[in-house]
Design a protein around this ligand. Structure first.
Ligand code: 2HA
Ligand code: ZN
Length: 270
């Protein structure tokens, strides 16, 4: 059996958490990541029959029964992931209709997966229905997106249109736009269900006055989605208090759609 710390998925996870911390998106224990793994890649490193312990999830997700996830730990700091991956990360396999998880590796101090596990798992289930290639759900607290939820209309169409107008690339990177949830209590099944509902129509879901969720086929794509939205929000926060003399027009957005072969969310452009 090979050392799981050398697995490409592990190396990429550690690099991503470290990079997110470096971007200032994950202060203290802020943020969490879950990466779905294939059984054959797990088997190179771990025996799936050897569970260290079993952790109840507190929800049901029958679609995810038998699925493997590499997940950040509750209360753990992204800053520390690279120094002690086996304490700050864990590999679990869901069983009993997703109501329990066998821990196969990690959470070495007796810990468990992120408090946002419901939102992660429900979002995986929702995204897999839209795109069977989806593997990642990522949550973090980027300052400018957060700031924007204090000063901008939270209507999804208006919020998205503003982001699209802030950088030419935005409509190309997230043509489906961003969905927005009002402030809700985090760590609950309720916010998990609400997030998953929003994930049916977009890979980005803003949690007002809290942060953002992203989903994608790999860690790079998901990081890049959040990075692009956060860049747009940064520009908005630089200009929001100034007179807007120029913008990207809807006609120009349509040129981008044609040039890059993307289609903006139905009805969100004039
Ligand atoms: O786990 O980000 O939303 C820390 C959080 C909760
Ligand atoms: Zn959070």
């Amino acid at each position: 059996m090979k050392d799981v710390l050398t697995a490409p998925f592990m190396v990429e996870m550690i690099r991503t958490a470290t990079n997110m911390y470096a971007h200032g998106w994950d202060e203290r224990n802020g943020g969490n990541i879950s990466l779905m793994l294939e059984e054959n890649e797990v088997r190179e490193y771990l025996d799936p029959e050897k569970a260290l312990r079993t952790i109840p999830t507190g929800f049901a997700a029958p679609e995810l029964e038998g699925k493997y996830f590499l997940v950040t730990g509750t209360g753990k700091y992204f800053k520390n992931v690279q120094y002690a991956p086996e304490v700050n990360l864990g590999i679990v396999r869901l069983k009993d209709r997703g109501q329990q998880a066998d821990l196969l590796w990690g959470y070495a101090d007796g810990g468990q997966f992120t408090s946002e596990f419901p939102a992660h798992m429900m979002s995986h289930a929702a995204r897999l229905k839209v795109n069977p290639e989806n593997r990642v759900v990522m949550h973090c607290h980027p300052a400018n997106l957060l700031a924007m939820t204090y000063v901008h209309d939270l209507d999804e169409k208006q919020f998205t249109r503003t982001l699209w107008q802030m950088c030419t690339e935005c409509i190309v990177v997230f043509p489906e736009g961003v969905n927005v949830l009002p402030w809700m209590l985090c760590g609950t099944n309720e916010i998990g269900e609400a997030t998953a509902e929003k994930m049916k129509t977009a890979r980005l879901v803003v949690w007002s006055q809290h942060g953002i969720y992203g989903a994608g086929k790999d860690l790079d794509e998901t990081f890049g989605l959040i990075e692009t939205a956060e860049k747009a929000a940064e520009i908005y926060m630089k200009i929001a208090h100034l007179p807007r003399v120029n913008t990207i027009t809807d006609d120009q957005m349509h040129l981008l759609e044609k040039r890059f072969g993307v289609k903006a969310r139905e009805g969100w452009l004039d």
